[in-house]
Design a binder for this molecule. Structure first.
Ligand code: FAD
Length: 284
């Protein structure tokens, strides 16, 4: 039976995680399952819920700074997140079910690194970075470099995600996240697509797309092919083709690799159509 501790400070938590066999616990929605099924056999569970430094959602120098201890429900309902990056709040609100969202934390979500998870593509599209700490050292990792393989990240065993920083967006930017979950709304998505596009009138200045569910890790793409083009049917086609070419899906119970590739293209077209409609209505 693993020992359990609930440190009150980040320093204590990081110190405890240096011990062999220690494992961080955020909301425990994955740790609980993995320990119950014998896939993890930690000697000590270090619960982060009391660490005050990991809590809070604030604005620092124009950037949105979200503590790793923020729950998905807090992110979904935070007035700051909804105002600055509504795409992130909307994506968080669609994850799992209310019981999962009430306890699951941003830090646990990122460290778990399931390639089907919804927030990584949103964070990639928004150009977020992830603050990682160990002992007295810290490094800031761009979200695009954080995930290395299915369920793997750049984190070492004694490192913690402490904060996610999202730089301020340009007023010209429109962002949207769509997910296709044909099974049930609370299921993982077959594909999720986040789009973040800077527009001058209806001309694209920059376009970043990021996807989950169709690649071994969250897939982020800067679509330079769209620069200078109007956001019309032809641009949507170019984007869909680029995404379908870049992704590398694995067939499973949600569909074959070919089906998922087709869905990645289709939902890329859809999210860009949605963005164009948002622009027409002055939203997004
Ligand atoms: C029923 C169900 C439905 C779900 N549906 C979806 C869905 O539709 N979309 C989706 O995206 N996700 C879904 N999920 C996954 C969910 O997003 C993750 O389970 C959750 O975000 C993990 O967060 P946690 O805080 O509970 O992690 P934990 O279980 O506490 O930890 C997960 C991993 O992260 C490590 N860890 C925890 N905190 C930190 C930290 N601060 N720094 C470093 N490492 C840390 C732990 O050691 C562990 O390895 C679902 C999960 C369940 C149970």
């Amino acid at each position: 039976m693993a020992e359990f501790s609930a440190p009150a400070t980040l320093e204590e938590a990081l110190e405890q995680l240096r011990q062999p066999g220690a494992l961080a616990v955020g909301g425990g929605t994955q740790v609980g399952l993995l320990v119950r099924h014998g896939m993890l056999q930690p000697r000590r569970l270090v619960w982060l819920g009391r660490v005050s430094e990991l809590h809070g959602i604030r604005v620092e120098n124009g950037a949105l700074a979200i503590g790793a201890g923020a729950t998905l429900a807090e992110i979904a309902t935070s007035p700051r997140v909804r105002q600055l990056h509504p795409m992130l709040a909307e994506a968080a609100a669609q994850i799992g079910n209310p019981r999962v969202r009430a306890v699951a934390t941003l830090g646990g979500h990122l460290a778990h690194a399931d390639p089907r998870q919804d927030l990584p593509p949103v964070l990639l599209a928004l150009g977020a970075s992830i603050l990682v700490e160990r002992g007295r050292s810290r490094r800031e990792v761009p979200a695009g470099d954080f995930f290395t393989a299915p369920f793997e990240t750049v984190l070492d065993q004694d490192e913690l995600v402490t904060l996610v920083r999202i730089p301020p967006g340009s007023p010209r930017r429109r962002s949207r996240y769509v997910r296709f979950a044909p099974g049930s709304e609370s299921d993982y998505a077959t594909v999720g697509v986040a789009a973040s596009v800077e527009l001058e009138g209806d001309t694209v200045l920059a376009a970043r797309m990021a996807l989950c569910g169709v690649h071994p890790r969250p897939l982020g793409l800067d679509l330079v092919e769209l620069h200078g083009r109007r956001l019309d049917d032809r641009s949507r086609e170019i984007a869909a083709e680029a995404v379908a070419r870049a992704c590398d899906p694995v067939g499973d119970q949600r569909g074959s690799a070919a089906y998922k590739r087709a869905m990645a293209g289709l939902w890329t077209r859809r999210v860009l159509r949605q963005l164009a409609a948002d622009r027409a209505h002055g939203g997004g």
